[in-house]
Design a protein around this ligand. Structure first.
Ligand code: HEM
Length: 776
């Protein structure tokens, strides 16, 4: 029996939370909204690009499988770019226009969220050199932060392109980037390590319903509700959390500066005390003590399993750890970062070892951080010096800020008296805390065995802080449904996690109901599509016209791949809920769009792109010119009245234009662009070749008369084409252009060659167009 993992299919939970973006390049943009309508529109446009758990989990699984099949090497051709968004409390108030969105006198996590991270500084040890007044972002002295946008990609170019797109979109919406914080995996042998040199991201909770159980077919260990609000039936939502928070997660972001040479010099100095105390001999190196401060060797192997020395290179980091037989920390010190942040089964209560699984589960966090700054490398001219800013861009997700992140930081990491009831006290976490003003002296009790009888001796060491808080934000990463509501200024919750619902729907894609109603998930059906128009100013974004509804679709690399070569129709485009045609000023009086043809030489001209729009009025097809602005709202304006088709020289005999396809290698070629024009005749659909000249008159010529569709090898079996769309990233690659052909509620992929005759072939057979018809 295999355990069902329904959360892997969630189209509601954002992708970074349970699945994890896990990319080499990541930037967080801390944003301040300007105008409320522009901010909502910005969010509406952003939503189709937000990565869901379903997408990220599917990609990560594929990546994992490919890696296994290539002896542990990263697959070269599997790359993705992901985007996520979270909102601070002021951000939610801004978008909703409300003065408060929680009940009076909130407590616990809701209170922490409302107050924000800077207001909690004292309790968190963010005092002295960590105080908010010195922060780069997130304090009262800096502009307020309304949203945190996460951009993550495998490739630097992809990351930079997405960052540029998002920066432009923010600027068009009048949004201020309060601080852009980039991070990247460290290079070379430092890959996967944080700046002090230790492997990071080893221990992550196994989440029930998402992760494959480690050792049996039983449930994964930690209930999903500990990380995603309302994600399982058993874990209660935090007190005071309304329904719209369901399927969302609280996000903590902290920029933690690391003084690498300072920390290692201190380790060396403290090692001298152990030598003096004859705990270790003169051959013991700083690495030995450093591993004890962390609880792991630099390669990630645990000190618990390898107490004397790091295992040979290539040994996988182990995570099946128990501290039961080390209650006093003589192998893995009680003050080590590992035991301070996840004491596991090693707690002693009144002299008895206690098993506190449930208590511990409720204090786990999911970490998604990445290093920032160049690694310490003083010989390197390029940013390796001791004073260069570097550290960890710490990001974690949880269902409860107070019970999880804050508890770990205040009650465990900073508290010298944790684990409790020890004499002397264990001391603070010497890796990330140390001596904090008014909290701790920085003293830790290093316990060692003196003989085989279990006798111990204690050597007191002293640790100064070498990790500094440089900025901090509390935010909330809402479900996709809640984000859609917020883009309309409303707070509406999702009623299910979305995606596949464990057998009930036979593995088909499901949608969720908005507006707080309880809806039965509906399988996505194929449907009529009139026109799909690529946005003129953002790659991978489309308007989908069907009847009077216009929806927005976003395709990232993964969706494009799925829509062209993939076999899985469940993962299609991400489609935003529709708006009515009447909301487009230029479309006034249009009942249904038949076809749209971009004016070849008027794309992106003076911040606008121009189109010929074909539509049917009183049974006769007419056309008009419309312009769409490259601004956040894509304001549209109509240029002149509807005209008869007979104004086109090349349209002789044409009564209904169905679709127009650009001849790929003849766009603005010597001042002329060539198109195949598909139109309906009494004998069925035919196509002809026309050209349109650049210039004010856009003179058009019929270059070749009507032909039967059967001339196209790739269109065999197609009765009537509704629309063509060139596949992003596949236009004129190696002389071939891939094209999605939408026809009769299906779509297929064809390829057209450049050059004489433009030979065409079918790349993928027709399939139902359901992936283009998702409504949420
Ligand atoms: C510059 C700051 C930090 C550095 C360099 C750092 C580094 C590390 C390293 C090397 C590990 C061991 C590898 C692993 O299990 O992933 C680790 C584990 C961990 N860290 Fe941190 N960390 C930092 C800050 C924090 C903070 C602020 C928290 C939470 C308050 C935290 C919570 C944890 C947790 C929960 C674990 C996993 C423990 C386990 O389950 O065994 N870390 N960290």
């Amino acid at each position: 029996m295999t355990t069902p993992l329904p959360l892997r299919d969630s189209t509601e939970i954002q992708g970074d939370i349970l699945a994890g973006f896990k990319k080499d390049y990541m930037t967080l943009l801390f944003l301040q909204f300007g105008d409320v309508t522009a901010a909502r529109n910005w969010l509406a446009e952003l939503i189709p690009t937000i990565a869901t758990t379903q997408q990220v989990a599917a990609f990560n699984q594929k990546f994992h499988d490919a890696r296994e099949n290539s002896a542990g090497d990263d697959p070269k051709n599997l790359k993705a770019t992901w985007v996520g968004v979270s909102l601070t409390y002021p951000g939610i108030l801004f978008l909703t226009g409300k003065e408060k969105v929680f009940g009076d006198k909130p407590t616990g996590t809701i209170r922490a969220f409302v107050q924000g991270s800077a207001a909690r500084a004292e309790a968190l040890g963010d005092t002295g050199c960590n105080e908010p007044e010195r922060w780069i972002f997130g304090s009262a002295q800096k502009p307020p932060i309304h949203a945190v946008l996460t951009i993550a990609a495998d490739l630097k170019d992809d990351h930079d392109n997405e960052l540029r797109r998002q920066t432009e979109a923010a600027s068009r919406a009048g949004i201020l980037i309060v601080h852009p914080q980039s991070g990247a995996t460290l290079p070379g042998s430092r890959r996967g390590k944080e700046h002090f040199g230790f492997k990071d991201g080893v221990s992550e909770p196994d989440v029930r319903g998402f992760d494959v159980p480690v050792d049996d077919n039983g449930p994964g260990k930690v209930p999903a509700g500990q990380f995603v609000l309302g994600a399982d039936g058993a874990t209660a939502m935090p007190a005071g959390a309304p329904d719209w928070m369901k399927y969302g997660s609280f996000q903590v972001v902290r920029r933690l500066g690391q003084d690498v040479p300072g920390w290692w010099a201190q380790v060396n100095a403290e090692l001298a005390k152990l030598r003096e105390d004859e705990v270790v001999d003169g051959n013991t190196r700083s690495e030995w003590l450093a591993a004890r401060l962390v609880g792991r060797w630099r390669c990630g192997a645990s000190v618990a399993k390898f107490p004397d020395a790091a295992p040979p290179a290539g040994t996988k980091p182990d995570n099946d750890l128990s501290f039961r037989d080390d209650p006093h920390g003589v192998t893995t010190p009680l003050f080590s970062h590992l035991r301070k942040t996840a004491p596991r089964d090693g707690l002693v209560d009144k002299g008895e070892l206690v098993d506190v699984e449930e208590f511990m589960d409720a204090r786990r966090i999911i970490r998604r951080g990445i290093p920032y700054g160049a690694p310490f490398d003083p010989a390197n001219d390029d940013g390796g010096g001791p004073d260069e800013p570097r550290g960890l861009l710490f990001v974690c997700y949880q269902a409860d800020l107070a019970r999880q992140f804050e508890f770990i930081q205040t009650d465990w990491v900073n508290d010298p008296n944790f684990p409790h009831d020890r004499d002397p006290m264990p001391g603070p976490d010497p890796m990330i805390s140390g001596k904090l003003p008014d909290v701790t002296t920085g003293e830790v009790a290093f316990e060692s065995r003196v003989n085989g009888n279990g006798d111990r001796k204690t050597t007191m060491l002293n640790f100064q802080p070498f990790v500094t808080t440089e900025g901090s934000v509390y935010a909330f990463a809402p479900s996709l449904t809640t984000l859609r509501g917020l883009s309309r200024g409303r707070l509406e919750g999702a009623t299910s996690a979305g995606g596949q619902t464990g057998g009930q729907t036979g593995g088909q894609q499901t949608t969720t109901t908005t507006g707080g109603q309880t809806g039965q998930p509906q399988p996505v059906q194929p449907g009529p599509l009139d026109e799909i128009l690529p946005w003129p100013d953002v790659d991978g974004r489309y308007w989908i016209f069907s009847g009077r509804t216009v929806r927005v679709a976003g395709t990232g690399t993964a969706e494009v791949e799925q829509l062209t070569t993939g076999a899985d129709d469940r993962t299609g485009t991400l489609v935003d809920l529709g708006t009515d045609l009447s909301t487009w000023a230029a479309f006034a009086g249009v009942e249904k769009v038949d076809a749209i043809l971009p004016v070849p030489d008027e794309q992106g001209l003076n911040g606008e792109s121009s189109y010929w729009l074909f539509h049917t009025k009183g049974g006769t097809q007419v056309y008009r010119r419309v312009n769409i602005a490259h601004d956040a709202r894509h304001t549209s304006r109509r240029i002149g009245d509807d005209q008869q088709l007979s104004r086109w020289n090349s349209f002789g005999g044409v009564t209904r234009v169905d679709a127009v396809l650009l001849v790929p290698d003849q766009l603005r070629d010597n001042g002329k662009s060539w198109y195949w024009l598909f139109h309906t005749t009494p004998q069925g659909q035919r196509y002809r070749l026309i050209s349109i000249a650049d210039g004010r008159m856009h003179s058009d010529v019929m270059e070749r008369g009507d032909r039967d569709l059967t001339k196209w090898t790739s269109l065999q079996g197609v009765g009537k084409v509704d629309d063509f769309l060139y596949v992003p990233g596949r236009f004129r690659v190696g002389g071939q252009s891939w094209c999605w052909v939408l026809h009769e509620q299906q779509y297929r992929v064809i390829s057209i060659s450049d050059g004489a005759g433009h030979p065409d072939t079918r790349v993928r057979d027709s399939r139902p167009n359901a992936p283009w018809c998702r409504r949420g």
